[in-house]
Structure formats: C-alpha cells, structure tokens
Ligand binder design. Structure first.
Ligand code: ATP
Ligand code: MG
Length: 392
C-alpha cells in the first residue's frame, strides 16, 4: 500500500537511502496516515548515526543528539531524524540511563510505547508492523508493545500517554494495558509534574476529554497530587463542545473544586501563571448570573480579558441575549475599563487636582458612570464631573 508523504520527507528518506542507510517514517505519523488523519509532525528513524545525518544535510539542529536525534531543516520546517536505538536501563522510571544504537529497525520499534505508535513506513517496503499495530487501529485499541507491566515500569509517563491517546483517538485501552495502569500507577510519583501536566492537558483538549476518567478509576490521581485526587470526578462534565482552550478545559475539570484548592492543583502541576489566572477568573464567575442588560454585561466584560469573557459565555452557557449584547457592545466600541476612559489621572492632575488615592477613586466613579452610560465617555464632560467630585 502506497501512502502520501510530504515531499520533504521523501527527500530526506531518499538522501539517506542513496547514501546506503535505511530510513523510514515512524511512529505517530504512520499511525495518523493509516487513520486518515493529518500528522502533526513527521519523524524519521534511520540506521545512520547522528554524525552521518548531519553530514548529509546542509541545515540541521542538534536537538537531542545525546539520544540520537537530529532535526533536519527543510523549506522552513523541522523533521526529527533519530538513529535506530534501544533504550538502556531506566533509573528513575523516566530517563533511559544510556542510549544504545542498533542496526535493526525491529529493535527500534520494540522500544516504542504502543503498538499503534510502533510502525514504520517507506514506499518500497510498505508498512512495517511487527506488533499488530494495524489490527489495534482496526480494533480502536491502545495496547503496549510487549508486557504492559514492564513497559510502564520502564517509564510511568506511558500511563498518561495511554489515556491521552485513548482520548485523542477515541480508542479504548486494552485489558492488560488497563490493568497494568492500576498496578504501576504509584511510579507516577517519580515523573516530573510538567510532563504529567502536558499529558493531562492534551487529554482535556482532545475530542474525548471524558477519558480523563481513567485517571480516577485506575487509582492514578493520587500519584498526580493529593489535591488532584480530591477532584470529584463523578460530578464533572466536560462537554467536547466546550472551547478547546487549555484554561477553559482545566476550569471545567475544577468546576466543583473551591478556587483556592483549584489553584493548588494547578500549582502542583507547575501550570504557567497565565493559565492559572484565567482559570481563577472562570471559576470566580462559574455559575454566576449576569443580567441580560447592557450595563451589567459591560461591567462583567470590563472585569476580564475579552477572550476570557468569550469563554465564559460557553462555560456558563449564557443565553442569546447576553451574546448579542456582547456583539453590540464590541461593535460600538464602548469603554469597558480605565484604559479606555476618555480621561486619565494625568488629565485630572493637569486640571488642578492632587495626585493620590482620591484621584483613583474618582477615576473609578467616572468609569462606573460610563459603564452605565457609554455616551458620557467624553473628555471635557468627564473632566468637569471629575473636578466637581474632587470638590464634593
Ligand atoms: P503526537 O501526535 O502527539 O505527536 P506521537 O505518537 O508522534 O503523537 P510523540 O510524543 O511525538 O507522539 O512521540 C513520537 C513517537 O516516539 C511515538 O509515536 C512513539 O513511537 C515514541 N515515543 C514517544 N514517547 C515515548 C515513550 N515515553 N515511551 C516509548 N515510546 C515513546
Ligand atoms: Mg509526534
């Protein structure tokens, strides 16, 4: 069976072949090709050593040279070319302590996590599928290559990868693999929180976020963090129709968790501050009614970034009236915050007012007026009112 590869990938494979090396497209891209999905990136596996790869292509980056990976740059895109390898002992349940190269493609495929990720392809050979990957694609099944207990023991992150792929592909986890998840879950305590967070986020952002349930059902959650384990999963609904934004999906997961505890969950996972801030805003507004009138909608909109307000429309399932008010307010360009008020502190000082706390209060009262009545956002008029407030 012939599959379509990007020209750049064909060129890389051809150049390696022409120089006497084996080379194949491998892993996720082969899986996605077989599924008729557009691969996100293209990985190549080759018998050539990193030094040899570098000598054959003019533009390369030593991305993971210690693990045999060279990025080949072609037409502005990067392609990871990795030497066939066998992973050595895993010391911490995560990093192979040494990398050993091999001349044998099958050995390289054997070190990969799941059968559906352990296939290689090139035009003249076709799909190399030594572990029943195609059959598992047919069965929609995530299954470890080899013994699941051993494979999760080598690298416990694979537990979350199994759940993540099941969520992205809408597959189920094969029985032995599923059982092994429960058995090896404690090893996740040794895995870096950032990597855990990345997998959980990909699961939440997938087409089947409900697969996150596996983390709770198989006793994995307690090894992510104590606060995470307290999330009342049974009460959580993450509709796939919810915007696929990281902070929105995390907020949905944390909807039944009190805000302080929710922040603890996110901090435990080393979540970036921008995401934490947005989750906090959504949770603070979770379930709050907004009166479907212009002024209350303007007030709500003014209290958060435009993007977060848009997310809140879905998060709280606000009705058509609030949505159409949002559109109108934006079309008119109504002032929603101090930044867009027609006067600022300096204007008031120039008009003879003293800097200080009172000035800030006056600005806020002026904003309050303008939120009620956007026509009032005019410099001269606001200056007069501001001065009068200052005297009063
Ligand atoms: P995605 O579409 O998310 O990129 P992918 O299958 O390409 O999915 P990557 O994390 O990019 O996943 O890894 C590329 C390939 O490397 C995988 O398909 C798999 O063969 C192998 N791999 C990655 N991580 C592991 C791991 N922790 N253990 C074993 N094999 C792995
Ligand atoms: Mg990939």
């Amino acid at each position: 069976m012939q599959m379509r590869l990007p020209l750049q990938v064909e060129r890389i494979l051809d150049i390696l072949n022409a120089n006497g090396y084996e080379a194949y497209a491998v892993g996720g891209c082969v899986r996605d090709l077989l599924l008729g999905r557009e691969p996100k990136d293209w990985d190549i596996t080759t018998s050539a050593r990193p030094k040899q790869v570098k000598s054959l292509f003019p533009r390369t980056v030593d991305t993971g040279i210690r693990h045999g990976t060279i990025t080949v740059l072609m037409d502005g895109k990067g392609y990871e070319v990795t030497t066939y390898r066998i992973d050595g002992e895993y010391e911490d349940g995560r990093h192979p302590s040494r990398v050993e190269y091999t001349a044998n493609l099958l050995e390289d495929l054997k070190r990969r996590d799941f059968t559906i990720n352990a296939m290689a392809y090139r035009h003249d050979v076709g799909v190399v599928d030594a572990f029943g990957g195609r059959e598992d694609l047919e069965k929609k099944s995530i299954r470890c290559v080899g013994d699941a207990i051993e494979r999760f023991t080598e690298d416990a992150l694979r537990i979350l990868r199994a759940i993540r792929f099941s969520a992205q592909l809408g597959f189920s986890v094969e029985e032995k693999t599923w059982e092994a998840i429960g058995v090896i879950a404690p090893n996740l305590a040794k895995v870096s929180k950032e990597r855990i967070q990345v997998e959980l986020s990909k699961t939440l952002l997938s087409g089947h976020p409900e697969q996150m349930g596996g983390v709770f059902e198989q006793g994995v959650s307690g090894y992510i963090s104590p606060a995470f384990a307290r999330i009342p999963w049974g009460q959580i609904r993450i509709p796939a129709s919810l915007p696929a934004r990281k902070y929105v999906r995390w907020a949905a997961l944390l909807r039944q968790t009190d805000p302080e505890e929710a922040v603890r969950v996110l901090k435990d996972l080393k979540m970036d501050n921008g995401t934490v801030a947005k989750v906090k805003t959504l949770l603070a507004w979770s379930g709050k009614e907004v009166q479907p009138e212009p002024a209350p909608v303007r007030r709500a909109m003014g209290s958060m970034e435009a993007e977060v307000w848009d997310a809140l429309l879905d998060f709280n399932a606000y009705g058509p009236r609030i949505r159409s008010l949002t559109r109108q307010i934006r079309e008119k360009g109504d002032c929603l915050d101090l930044k867009h008020l027609a006067v600022n502190g300096q204007d008031l000082i120039d008009a003879g007012m003293k800097p200080g706390r009172e000035l800030g209060q006056i600005l806020n009262r002026l904003l309050d007026m303008v939120l009620e009545c956007p026509e009032k956002n005019r410099k001269e008029a606001l200056l007069e009112i501001g001065k009068a407030m200052g005297k009063g």
